[in-house]
Design a protein around this ligand. Structure first.
Ligand code: 6GU
Length: 272
């Protein structure tokens, strides 16, 4: 996969040289280029922002430096003659975007080329987003319902979430299967030695050696945790494949299965 990031603070992306993602770059599993938007300006002061039409607080990013940057990246990418017929995906981090999640991370990990356009100030002139659709599949994306100062920190999060799904990046691919959000549920709790620590015991089932029972206990802990912390995920959960024991566990948490979906019984109290 190839990733290009455009920012007025390229140093902000330095952590992408570390750890798993840094290693993936060294190993040639991921080509990642960071571009300074100001190198695409033509004025002496390398201006990237201006006042908003219609008035209001803050500044807006000027369109032309963005067009120059994105055009140069589009041209440097693989052309259809090279065999890549697909447009690269342009991700525009913004609190006004579609919510980024694990399903999107998997979807984007299948792309040949991703480009991230890091806005600062009040955002990028909207015409850039429209114009860019000629060269890219444009996807404004948000990490969640809060406001960051710019897209850079969001790019760190998204590149890590996507990059770790690329073949060969995570040493043991099994660890991608048994983690939060891989199956629409939160992860079960984990424990290590010592079995007794500060008067707290590891759940006895985990020391039993009964792998069938352990798997069922872990699954039901996933249900319990998700019901307590993220009931919104259970509304989306596909309950079609639940076993009788699973349904009984959900029953104790106050959930019935109706038409293949979990439904909280009206009289049920909180799950934890
Ligand atoms: Cl992707 N960008 C910015 N600036 N703020 C955010 C965000 C993204 N996601 C949540 N807040």
């Amino acid at each position: 996969m190839r990733i290009d990031v455009v920012s007025i603070f390229p140093e902000y992306l330095a952590p992408l040289e570390l750890s798993l993602i840094g290693k993936a770059r060294q190993d040639g599993l991921l080509e990642l280029n960071v571009h300074d938007l100001r190198t695409f300006t033509t004025d002496k002061h390398r201006t990237v922002d201006d006042t908003p039409y219609g008035g209001g607080a803050g500044m807006v990013m000027k369109p032309e430096p963005w067009a120059q940057a994105l055009e140069s990246i589009a041209k440097s990418g693989m052309t259809p003659e090279d065999g890549a017929a697909k447009k690269p995906v342009l991700i525009v981090p913004s609190p006004a975007g579609e919510r980024f999640n694990q399903a999107l991370a998997y979807e984007l990990a299948d792309e040949e080329q991703l480009v991230f356009a890091c806005g600062r100030y009040e955002g990028i002139d909207e015409r850039v987003i429209e114009w860019a659709a000629g060269h890219f599949t444009v996807r404004p994306m948000s990490l969640g319902d809060y406001v960051l100062n710019g897209g850079e920190v969001a790019v760190l999060a998204m590149v890590e979430a996507i990059g770790r799904l690329l073949p060969g990046v995570v040493g043991n691919p099994e660890s991608l299967v048994e983690e939060s959000h891989s199956d629409g549920l939160l992860e079960y709790p984990v424990y290590t030695k010592p079995s007794s620590w500060r008067d707290r015991e590891v759940p006895a089932i985990l020391l039993s050696g009964n792998h069938g029972k352990i798997a069922q206990w872990r699954r039901h802990e996933q249900f319990r945790r998700t019901a307590a912390r993220r009931p919104d995920l259970l509304a989306e959960f596909d309950a079609g494949g639940l076993t009788r024991a699973d349904k009984a566990a959900f029953g104790e948490l106050g959930y019935d299965v109706v038409d293949g979906r979990l439904r909280l019984r009206p009289e049920a109290g909180s799950a934890d």
